[in-house]
Design a protein around this ligand. Structure first.
Ligand code: CP
Ligand code: NVA
Length: 302
């Protein structure tokens, strides 16, 4: 593996192996190793981050390396006289890998094209592959297998949802249904056209019926207003019936889990009772960012 930009870039076998290796790594009595001794990981965030920033920082330290966070206001990333590709080539002269969170996905692709070191997608307007890898790991830990699981995404088709769709398209064993207002499905379809992404109509529904929820193994949602994206008043109004409420969870089997990448808005996309209740696995997901990203770094350095 060189870059880690999209779930799409990997085979089913590579994804499943990465998850299993991360689960094994997490179980080890010592979290410290020297696998990445002397390696330096740089990180650039065009948008805020708590989990991605901290989990990658701790991940590289636990592997024996170190990290540098480059403040977006202090570097020449695509600003002034320096092109994105020149900045990218320069960074590769000093460090061993780069995590980047960008407003425009095309910029990650451009940086990767011009980089001799691995570039890792720490979230873009299109995708959030590290999050979905951590979520797959969490589901595998909880349910022991991804086979025959019914996953239900409720809410707007965000960057996280997009990476879920890519994971589903890899045929990892689970089925995926996306419950989302019609208008937001069309918005996503437009986005797919703009970015040359295949749009798979089959997995979308515009309500949360008993038929779908009654067999859900996991219900997943995300914020309604992703960083840097506008949601208008009508969209917010339409989304109201997509709040993951206690009554939605009660339509699902009692062992159905609730997941959310965080940060969350309690009582907007999810009721506090659900996210803070017994079905919620949000803290396990957040912790698993560390473990899966250690494995991703190991793969990148290999
Ligand atoms: N889930 C996630 O990526 O969180 P941060 O925005 O805090 O990094
Ligand atoms: N969809 C959210 C995910 C945050 C981790 C956002 O882009 O803001």
């Amino acid at each position: 593996m060189k870059h880690f930009i999209e779930i799409n870039d990997f085979s089913k076998e590579e994804i499943l192996k990465c998850i299993d290796d991360a689960i094994r790594l997490k179980k080890k009595s010592s979290h410290l190793s020297s696998i990445a001794s002397g390696k330096v990981l740089a990180m650039i965030f065009e948008k805020r981050s708590t989990r991605t920033r901290l989990s990658f920082d701790v991940a590289i330290r636990q592997l024996g390396g170190s990290s540098i966070v480059l403040d977006i206001g202090d570097i020449h990333l695509g600003a002034g006289n320096e092109s994105l590709s020149d900045t990218s080539k320069t960074i590769a002269l000093y460090v061993d890998a780069l995590v980047v969170r960008v407003n425009n996905h095309k910029n990650i692709v451009e940086m990767a094209r011009n980089s001799s070191i691995p570039i890792i997608n720490g979230l873009s307007n299109i995708s959030h592959p590290c999050q979905v890898m951590a979520d797959l790991m969490t589901i595998k830990e909880e349910k022991k297998s991804l086979d025959h699981l019914d996953l239900v995404w409720i809410g707007p088709i965000t960057n996280v949802a997009h990476s879920w769709i890519e994971a589903y398209n890899k045929k990892l064993g689970f089925s995926l249904t996306i419950c989302c207002p019609e208008s937001l499905q069309r918005k996503y379809e437009e986005k797919c056209k703009l970015h040359n992404i295949n749009f798979n109509n089959d997995i979308f529904v515009s309500d949360t019926s008993k038929d779908i929820l009654g067999k859900a193994d996991v219900i997943i949602t995300d914020t309604w207003e992703s960083m840097g994206e506008k949601v208008d008043k009508e969209e917010l109004q339409e989304l109201k019936k997509f709040t993951v409420s206690q009554s939605i969870m009660e339509m699902a089997p009692s062992e159905c889990l609730f997941m959310h990448c965080l940060p969350a808005n309690r009582n907007q996309e999810v009721e506090a009772k659900v996210i803070d209740g017994p079905s919620s696995r949000v803290w396990q997901e957040a912790e698993n960012r560390l473990h899966i990203q250690k494995q991703i770094l190991i793969e990148c350095f290999n």
